[in-house]
Design a protein around this ligand. Structure first.
Ligand SMILES: Cc1cc2nc3c(=O)[nH]c(=O)nc-3n(C[C@H](O)[C@H](O)[C@H](O)COP(=O)(O)O)c2cc1C
Length: 201
């Protein structure tokens, strides 16, 4: 797959998060390509701190969404609302990719004497974000909508219990084909010059 530089810039700018999906599965070969983009996220000196669980069971997706809705009832207003909103996005999606921090960088640093653990955690999160963004853009390129969610992390324990996992859940990517006419919009961007300082001397 070759893509011209101009095309990737267009893809980045035109990408919108999708929260409403058709009742249509995403073919396995497309999922494999999206996951492949994820594993080609930026490593930290070769260390790849991610692990993925792909959920395609409508029953489990519904239960995950219910767990989040239940938890949202115990949270303050505001958090309550955004967690419910994310639970709705999950309940709509035919596929979820759960992204875990496998903590390989922290393990490596511990073997080296345990210094710089805070830096290791920050690096893990940044590498995971790079991996997720790769999947978001690859999915868009392949015609698949997605929404990057961190709020499910509030329900990490409950989700782990349901999926019999003990990992550090770092985020969830919902995937599916956008419902016609519900494609979403991008928020406006502040001017580059208001956010960038060139240090030239
Ligand atoms: C790290 C991260 C976490 C996010 N978590 C959530 C979330 O839990 N729920 C949600 O609805 N949107 C969440 N979003 C927002 C959407 O994934 C998406 O990026 C956003 O709607 C795009 O808006 P924009 O047009 O302002 O770029 C998150 C985005 C990022 C980058």
């Amino acid at each position: 797959m070759t893509i011209a530089r101009k095309d990737i810039l267009t893809l980045i700018k035109q990408h919108v998060a999708i929260r409403q999906y058709q009742d249509r599965p995403v073919p396995r070969e497309i999922l494999d390509k999206i996951l492949d983009a994820g594993i080609w996220g930026p490593s930290v000196h070769g260390i790849q701190p991610w692990r993925f669980s792909v959920v395609t069971s409508a029953n489990i997706i519904k239960r995950l969404s219910q767990v989040m809705k239940q938890k949202s009832q115990k949270m303050h207003a505001g958090y309550n609302m955004v967690l419910r909103f994310s639970a709705e996005t999950i309940s709509n999606a035919p596929v979820l990719i759960l992204i875990y921090n496998n903590q390989d960088l922290q393990k490596f640093m511990k073997r080296m004497g345990g210094a710089y653990l805070r830096c290791a955690r920050i690096s893990e999160m940044q590498a995971l974000a790079g991996s997720i963004q790769n999947m978001v853009l690859a999915a868009d390129f392949l015609g698949v909508g997605s929404c990057w969610l961190t709020l499910p992390v509030f329900c990490r324990k409950e989700i782990n219990k349901m999926l019999k996992d003990r990992g550090e859940l770092a985020g969830v990517l919902t995937l599916g084909y956008a419902t016609a006419g519900r494609a979403g919009t991008r928020s406006k961007r502040r001017a580059v010059k208001s956010m960038v300082k060139f240090v030239e001397e």
